[in-house]
Write a protein that binds this ligand. Structure first.
Ligand SMILES: Nc1ncnc2c1ncn2[C@@H]1O[C@H](COP(=O)(O)OP(=O)(O)OP(=O)(O)O)[C@@H](O)[C@H]1O
Length: 300
């Protein structure tokens, strides 16, 4: 109903290589979604298909229930891609006025300046003379110029210093609170965790996980419950539980690897096996993420 984007069984092949392999997901109004994954996971290819810049080899992308290339769709989208190209010869203020004039209901110039942090001085500068950081701000302003309902950023914070990043994400939050739908790609789990309310974890051209940051973190970090139990107590009843990934005894202790420590605790009390000195451990998240994503293979 409130679906802004639907991606259905989309595959993109370059020669024999599948950059994106049978991906399906949908995004509803007001969501802030991170497409998270390592180099080559298929993030940019997916975003390019969403924007209609690349045609899927098979499958379908629909935005506002229309094909991405439709004019009505284009008017509702703002985008900031990795490569910033600026128009030569025009001043920043002129570029913004020009782009605003293409849209039926552009964002007010004052608001655009306020949101993106462009200064009066920036507005008078010729676009090609901007520094890298200023160009990113212009690019951000261009993305917002048409007052879009859906904003798509491909690796938006690459090259931004820590202050610029902070400011950028604050602005994204403001836009989300206004009801905009936001999709961005990133390499960084931390960034996805801080800024998004949903993460699509891409790996080898497919979605490896889809959930809230808390769910994604729980699914990738190794958690374990361990406890002491009398050696004669049978653990057979526990073996069958699907929440248990691995169970073994080491010295006096039993270790259980799981994604759902709460459920395991419930189970221990239910089964009344007399577990003592129960400990819960969570592995380091960033390490687990790096391990997961570094296993990315150059699939053919
Ligand atoms: N035009 C192209 N021709 C051939 N192969 C391509 C093309 N574009 C992308 N690929 C391949 O498809 C795979 C996915 O690339 P993509 O750029 O979508 O990944 P990504 O997740 O955005 O990576 P990065 O974080 O490095 O931008 C990679 O293996 C890449 O080499």
């Amino acid at each position: 109903m409130n679906e802004i984007l639907t991606v259905t069984n989309v595959t993109k092949s370059f020669h024999r290589k599948k950059a994106v392999n049978d991906v399906s997901f949908s995004i509803t109004k007001g969501e802030v979604v991170a497409i998270l994954g390592p180099n080559g996971a298929g993030k940019t290819t997916t975003i390019s298909m969403i924007l209609g810049l690349l045609k899927p080899t098979s499958g379908e992308v629909r935005l506002f229930n229309l094909p991405p290339q439709e004019k009505q769709v284009r008017e509702k989208i703002g985008t900031m891609l990795q490569e910033v190209s600026v128009m030569q010869g025009l001043r920043v203020g002129e570029v913004l006025e020009l782009i605003r004039s293409y849209y039926p209901q552009p964002l007010a110039m004052e608001e655009l300046i306020e949101l993106t942090g462009l200064t009066e001085q920036d507005l008078r500068t010729r676009a090609e003379k901007l520094s890298g950081g200023q160009k990113r701000r212009l690019s951000f302003a261009l993305a917002l110029a048409g007052n879009p309902e859906l904003i798509i950023f491909d690796e938006p914070t690459v090259g931004m210093d820590i202050h610029a990043r902070k400011r950028f994400w604050q602005t994204v939050r403001t836009l989300a609170e206004e009801g905009k739908t936001i999709i961005f790609s990133t390499h960084y789990l931390q960034e996805a965790d801080d800024a998004a309310d949903r993460i699509l974890l891409f790996k080898d051209g497919a979605i490896a996980a889809d959930g809230t940051p808390a769910q994604i973190k729980a699914s990738i970090s190794k958690q374990s419950v361990s406890f002491i139990v009398d050696p004669e107590i049978s653990l057979e009843k526990l073996y069958l539980n699907i929440e248990i990934h691995d169970i073994f005894r080491k010295n006096n202790r039993v270790y259980i690897h799981t994604e759902n420590t709460d459920r395991i605790l419930e189970l221990l009390f239910q089964e009344k096996i007399g577990a003592r000195d129960i400990q819960i451990e969570r592995g380091k998240l960033e390490e687990a993420f790096e391990q997961l994503t570094s296993e990315t293979k150059d699939a053919i």
